[in-house]
Write a protein that binds this ligand. Structure first.
Ligand SMILES: NC(=O)c1ccc[n+]([C@@H]2O[C@H](COP(=O)([O-])OP(=O)(O)OC[C@H]3O[C@@H](n4cnc5c(N)ncnc54)[C@H](OP(=O)(O)O)[C@@H]3O)[C@@H](O)[C@H]2O)c1
Length: 231
């Protein structure tokens, strides 16, 4: 099975990528901007595990040449894409800048849009695209001050999910969005210093992997809240 995981250098994405790669026969294309972090991840894999292909790139630049070449070398199919990379700025609304807007919509929405578009030739029947959203972007959830643009960007990713599921259904490509709650990662610690999340990245990585593998049986075009609590 070929799996693409973005934001695999740390946090939830790293654990998700690791989980897939531990299975013999799997090839995981692991993406972040940090080549060293990706190499460390690849180096941690036991001898009988699958393969991690570390690919350092800035997703917001939209240049997926190296990724497409690597996928072509490994059979030319993508079974699962986990759009996990993201960015968060926690600021009162009046303090948010145009740069903050471009940063969050770039990392959380435009990157996913560009990557899905680039990988369309590689998705076959049964492929699953899993977008990692947030409870902040889930309609009707409690909202938190300081997260207006972050939540709006995750809301956009959620609606993109619904639209793509409809557009791709004849091709039997499923698209879902997991609107996750607080997980103890660098992103959370920076945004909410001192807050302790009830879920660790390993647990969420495991859940995402299981969902990516089995979720298409019951879900398509769905935004699924995955949260015990949330900021
Ligand atoms: N942790 C939570 O409580 C929580 C809650 C709800 C939703 N989420 C979502 O879950 C996802 C993972 O979050 P996390 O907490 O694990 O975050 P994290 O620890 O900050 O990790 C984010 C990952 O995304 C990568 N990334 C960011 N921008 C990128 C870019 N332009 N190009 C390539 N890679 C990029 C980062 O790598 P580099 O910086 O090295 O490139 C890093 O590997 C995010 O989408 C986040 O919004 C998290």
């Amino acid at each position: 099975m070929n799996v693409v995981v973005t934001g695999a250098g740390r946090g939830i994405g790293r654990e998700t990528a690791k989980g897939f790669a531990l299975q013999t026969g799997n090839t995981v294309f692991a993406i972040s901007r940090d080549q060293h972090a990706l190499n460390r991840l690849a180096g941690e894999m036991p001898g009988n595990a699958g393969t991690i292909v570390p690919l350092a790139m800035d997703l917001t630049l939209g240049d997926f040449t190296s990724l497409k070449a690597a996928i072509a070398l490994h059979g030319g199919l993508v079974d699962i894409l986990v759009n996990n990379a993201g960015g968060l700025v926690n600021k009162p609304f009046e303090k948010l800048t145009d740069k903050d807007f471009d940063y969050m919509f770039g990392a959380n929405v435009k990157s996913a849009f560009m990557l899905i578009r680039a990988l369309m030739p590689f998705f076959g029947e049964g492929s699953h695209i899993v977008n990692i959203g947030s409870m902040g972007g889930f309609q009707g959830s409690a909202k938190f001050p300081g997260l207006s643009l972050y939540s709006a960007s995750k809301g956009a990713l959620a609606v993109l999910t619904e639209c793509l599921a409809e557009e791709f259904k004849e091709r039997k490509i499923s698209v879902n969005c997991l609107a996750i709650g607080a997980v103890q990662t660098e992103m959370l610690s920076q945004a909410f210093p001192g807050y302790r999340a009830p879920v660790m990245p390993e647990e969420m990585g495991l859940f995402i992997r299981e969902f990516a593998l089995t979720g298409t049986r019951f879900f398509n075009g769905k935004i699924i809240p995955v949260a015990l609590s949330n900021p």
